[in-house]
Design a protein around this ligand. Structure first.
Ligand SMILES: [Zn+2]
Ligand SMILES: [Zn+2]
Ligand SMILES: [Zn+2]
Ligand SMILES: [Zn+2]
Ligand SMILES: [Zn+2]
Length: 426
């Protein structure tokens, strides 16, 4: 078989797999399909670009795997885990952590000319400018960015961004918007700036920027809770079964850190959150739902979807600033003996996880079961699953997500099929 043909088939298979909502049912663009053939026709007709992109991704992943079995940034950081030590990161690069910063922010706002804003980012943030690394996603609905660089260049970027977007800090602080954390430009391989359809892909044409902004536009921004309000509401409602704490992130994120008692969907990407919600409509109607994610961007869309999908008497709130802001707040509250959060906040860069070591390790090495929360990638080409294997159990080239993946390269492998079954059964 020609390689190109192989990626095409694999891409179609994966696309269908991701759209499955029941053993014999698939959902795409809001429509249900009862056979793979009918879904296939829809995909070829309406998603040729997505399919091509997936195909290229698969081929690129495979090439990457051939040239380097361990991603170059994988072992950049070690972390001191002694209890009570500060949240220091041991850098193996020459950067001074005190002189470097990583920021993570989003803004839902109408962008008239995404292309122009993307070009400006390229010009100012590139090597000839502030020399930042990271990812910037820009669309007509706003900006989603995580950037790293020297503290002074990050400072210049923030000032420039505030200026271009005319941001003022009346209702929230600058830090709670940009969410700075320790880390240098090497936490990302490069700088990637893209003009995209959605800054946070939910894949629901019915949820627009207007839905996301609705509450602020009408002056009811009360559905956003500060860390303190969030904490108080959970503490007060802990014994009530009409309170639902809902994690809107993916399974590998909640696996290493979550709020106690939260529902943690076994989903692998945010775009299946709506079908997860649809399956729970009956139990969730009328409840008080508190959602949270890393920094808030997913909850903005998740809460918009929940409000549109659930009955009117359902109360939907989100944690503003996400886990990131909750962890910052909890550090200023030494009198709180029992933080509701446990484990680490997963982040999508080489640091992988943030948070004070005192909040523990809640996951385990899949080989020896000792507490462990640092992911590696499965060594099987084509399999991009994250694996928790500790340093003692780790053998280069022998790190697999499951036995089946070790023996054959046909995807999805056993552990991924188990995960999907769990997602559908939850
Ligand atoms: Zn579709
Ligand atoms: Zn560095
Ligand atoms: Zn181990
Ligand atoms: Zn695997
Ligand atoms: Zn597996």
């Amino acid at each position: 078989m020609l390689p190109a043909r192989k990626w095409k088939r694999q891409a179609l298979r994966q696309f269908c797999y991701d759209k499955r909502t029941q053993p014999d049912q698939w959902k795409c663009c809001g429509t249900l399909y009862d056979s793979k053939a009918s879904l296939g026709r829809h995909i070829h007709q309406h998603h040729p670009q997505d399919l091509l992109q997936l195909e290229q991704q698969l081929a690129a992943q495979h090439d990457l795997h051939d040239t380097q079995s361990v991603p170059s940034n994988q072992n950049l950081y070690g972390r001191r885990v002694e209890k009570g030590s500060s949240d220091a990161i041991d850098l193996t690069c020459a950067c001074d952590p005190e002189q470097s910063r990583v920021i993570l922010f989003y803004q839902y706002t109408k962008i008239d000319d995404p292309n122009r804003l993307a070009e400006q980012h390229g010009k100012f943030c590139g090597p000839a400018g502030w020399d930042l690394t990271g990812k910037v996603r820009i669309s007509h609905e706003g900006v989603n960015a995580t950037l790293a660089g020297s503290s002074s260049n990050i400072e210049s970027y923030m000032t420039w961004y505030e200026c271009t977007q005319q941001l003022t800090w009346k209702t929230r602080s600058r830090d709670s918007f940009f969410k700075p954390s320790i880390g240098c430009r090497h936490v990302f391989d490069s700088l990637s700036i893209k003009w995209v359809d959605e800054i946070c892909p939910l894949g629901q044409p019915s949820i627009t920027l207007a839905n996301v902004l609705q509450s602020s536009a009408t002056g009811h921004s009360t559905h956003k809770l500060s860390p303190q309000q969030f904490h108080t509401m959970i503490t007060a409602g802990q014994d009530h079964d009409d309170l639902l704490l809902l994690d809107t992130r993916n399974y590998y994120e909640s696996k290493i850190g979550r709020f106690k008692g939260a529902v943690t969907p076994a989903i692998r990407k945010f775009s299946v959150f709506p079908s997860f919600t649809d399956r729970h409509r009956a139990d969730w109607n009328g409840k008080t739902i508190l959602t949270y994610c890393t920094g808030g961007i997913r909850c903005e869309k998740a809460t918009a979807y929940l409000r549109s999908a659930l009955s009117e008497d359902t109360k939907v709130y989100m944690l503003e600033g996400g886990i990131h802001e909750y962890l910052n707040w909890i550090e200023t509250q030494p009198e709180i003996q029992d933080p509701l959060w446990q484990g680490k906040n997963y982040v999508f860069d080489a640091r992988q996880r943030l948070g004070p070591p005192s909040l523990g390790v809640i996951s385990h090495c899949q080989a020896c079961r000792q507490p462990w929360d640092k992911y590696r990638k499965c060594d099987t080409p084509m399999c991009h699953l994250l694996v928790l294997v500790c340093d003692s159990c780790f053998q280069p080239g022998q790190c697999f997500c499951c036995h089946e993946c070790q023996r054959s390269t046909s995807s999805p492998c056993q552990c991924e099929r188990d995960r999907k079954a769990k997602e559908l059964a939850m």
